[in-house]
Write a protein that binds this ligand. Structure first.
Ligand code: PAF
Length: 290
């Protein structure tokens, strides 16, 4: 279903977005949806291209969601570039940018939140205790407005992807969640809108994340399967970089996000590390089958 559209409608009103989606559904068309916070990079564009490929219509949302930032985080300075995003989106075949205001999504008196318990308070949830509640709330609302058949997320935010899948299962939502691979810069750094915050020296230092994960993969492939030893190896590797301040290094079972059992065939190595004020996350799957 390749499409290249010359115009992309920017929709700010909830009712207009719903009308478009209901009209498509009335014609039995399949809708793909990519929720984003804008400042799009190749990672987002890979999701958009896939959504366009697998569906009759494709919607992307751009909304810097205030409820997933805590007061001391970067909400006010989060990079924004609607014009640039619009030009990039045009090339992907998406037809609609849903671009609501804070007031449309959270009108005065707003009171309702969606929480996936337990999972939201580990790994990233330790340093960012209200983050996933904000993510699941906004994604649930966006699904209700856009009404997609398929929604696309990146593996870079592995815990977010896992939590959203759990929400969709637990709340019987009629949407297929597609998780697509991490897109990396040539030197291995996972693409992220927050990479824009890094100074040139921090940017160079941040490549340690991918190198550490690769090193862990090599150890795993050489037979080192003990999660605690892998975790220690990753920690030591990252600690050699003086600009890196580790938030966490964790080895989990990707099917549960819990500590891996003894015979776990696949492990997920997940890291969160500060470079200056910028907190970056990355992960890699270590599998016996590969
Ligand atoms: O991954 C993101 O960009 C955001 O967390 C999401 C899913 C768009 C919700 O605001």
């Amino acid at each position: 279903m390749e499409r290249h559209v010359s115009t992309v409608e920017i929709v700010t009103e909830l009712t207009r977005m719903r009308d478009i989606s209901q009209n498509w559904r009335a014609h039995n068309a399949q809708i793909g949806f990519v929720p984003t916070m804008g400042y799009l990079h190749e990672g987002h564009l890979s999701l958009l291209r896939q959504a366009n490929h697998e569906n009759d219509h494709c919607v992307v949302s751009i909304f810097v969601n205030p409820t997933q930032f805590s007061p001391q985080e970067d909400l006010d300075v989060y990079p924004r570039d609607l014009e640039g995003d619009h030009a990039k989106i045009k090339e992907t075949g998406a037809e609609v940018i849903f671009y609501p205001t804070d007031k449309v999504m959270y009108p005065p008196g707003y009171k309702t939140y969606v929480t996936v318990t337990e999972l939201s308070s580990k790994l990233c949830g330790i340093t960012r205790p209200t983050h996933f509640r904000g993510v699941t709330t906004i994604v649930c609302k966006l699904f209700n407005i856009v009404g997609p058949h398929r929604a696309y997320f990146g593996q870079k935010d592995a815990q977010q992807a896992f939590i959203i899948k759990k929400m969709v299962t637990d709340l019987d939502m009629d949407v297929v969640i597609r998780i697509l691979p991490i897109i990396r810069e040539e030197d291995g750094l996972a693409m992220s809108s927050r990479n824009a915050y890094l100074s040139p020296t921090e940017r160079r230092a941040a490549t340690v994340l991918h190198r550490a994960l690769q090193n862990g993969l090599e150890l795993f492939q050489q037979g080192s399967r003990e999660p605690l030893l892998l975790q220690k190896a990753l920690q030591e590797f990252i600690s050699q970089e003086p600009l890196a301040r580790i938030d966490y290094v964790s080895i989990v079972d990707p099917d549960t996000f819990l500590e891996p059992g003894e015979n776990c065939q696949t492990l997920l190595a997940a890291v969160a590390v500060f470079f200056g004020q910028t907190r970056l996350i990355d992960n890699m799957t270590y599998s016996c089958d590969e």
